[in-house]
Design a binder for this molecule. Sequence first.
Ligand SMILES: [Zn+2]
Ligand SMILES: [Zn+2]
Length: 446
Amino acid sequence: MSFFKWVSLIFTLHLFGPTPIFSYSSVSSNGLLEIPTKFLDFAKKPELVDYMVSVRRKIHENPELGYEEFETSKLIRTELDKMGIPYKYPISVTGVLGFVGTGGPPFVAIRADMDALPMQEMVEWEHKSKIPGKMHACGHDAHVAMLLGAAKTLQAHSEELKGTVVLVFQPAEEGGGGAKKMIDAGALENVAAIFGLHVAPELPIGEVSSRPGPLLAGSGFFEALISGKGGHAAIPQHSIDPILAASNVIVSLQHLVSREADPLDSQVVTVAKFQGGGAFNVIPDSVTIGGTFRAFSKESFMQLRQRIEEVITGQAAVQRCSATVDFLAKEKPFFPATINNKDLHPHFQNVAADMLGIHNVKGMQPLMGSEDFAFYQEEIPGYFFFLGMKNETDEKPASVHSPYFKVNEDALPYGAALHASLAARYLLEKSELTAPLPEGKHHDEL
Ligand SMILES: [Zn+2]
Ligand SMILES: [Zn+2]
């Protein structure tokens, strides 16, 4: 975010500062309080549930990787056409931007990611992935179905919307930085705030969890080629062994977090890839290692990045090897930390509590996982939360990115209704707050 945007944001917040941005007293008279329950009742209607289930299953059967979501994107556009919702396409290769409401300001966005993972599904069921080696193991199929469910809900109540809801269907969340490309293509133009959710297998159905401030870590990837000199495994003195060098590199990398980082500033360095050699009696020429690093602050993140490079090249040199380090910034851009806007937190809590009951709106500790939703939050106020889908009978549900991951489709109406309610109520509340400002007090004139 540029300095001027910060100034503008701070000034805007200051203007609204003394009174809570979303106060209950001002919203009780005009139906705002009823929106969450009304929308949940709507989303739970059998025809809408069946619709979302069938959309989700169709996408699940045909998983597509980042920037290849052509059929998924086509399905979304076909459904928006049927609903009579205008959209822009293509945005960032396969992305779609739908618009529900007045077509004018204010604009608020709700977002779903569309991409699958390069892994084989191990769940045996009727709608198992039909594409070998590809699977919706992160629930993005459900996210798309929920956003289409929200679109139906909002369209059915479009005359009540006090502005425009922007439906953001983005490609390539899984490492491809699809959100960044959507922003570069103008997806957030004039948008005042954005909401996003992720299904959570461990959280009971009917519950949501989140927190204000840092929620998920910033993340980056690295890959290193450590080169020595190959030869016969029985005559090591004639070789320079990159396997031993890589092993020492990996051990040294583990000292970055344990010895150099503030123990109270959570960070992770994981080497998840080690490829070298193919025979029992050959020392290979080179070894490739790769992994990920995580931190919550930009400063800690950049420090890790610098030290990872120094440790790999320095430690490889100790063993007479050379090393090159690639941070894959093009294919896998660094994700910033997911930081929830503090002023949107009460809005989320109020809407979720009105729908689910305050006891089902949980706080949580930050997680070291990451989300490219963070890119949106660098530009405009944004809020991300987790949506429960665990049934009482599920003993130990498989986590996201597991080949045994399953979506509980009973969660679909909750996701749709929350998306729709967060957006609709944001617009209504904002419209109440946008009484003309006194002369010379508009933040654009700073
Ligand atoms: Zn994922
Ligand atoms: Zn995901």
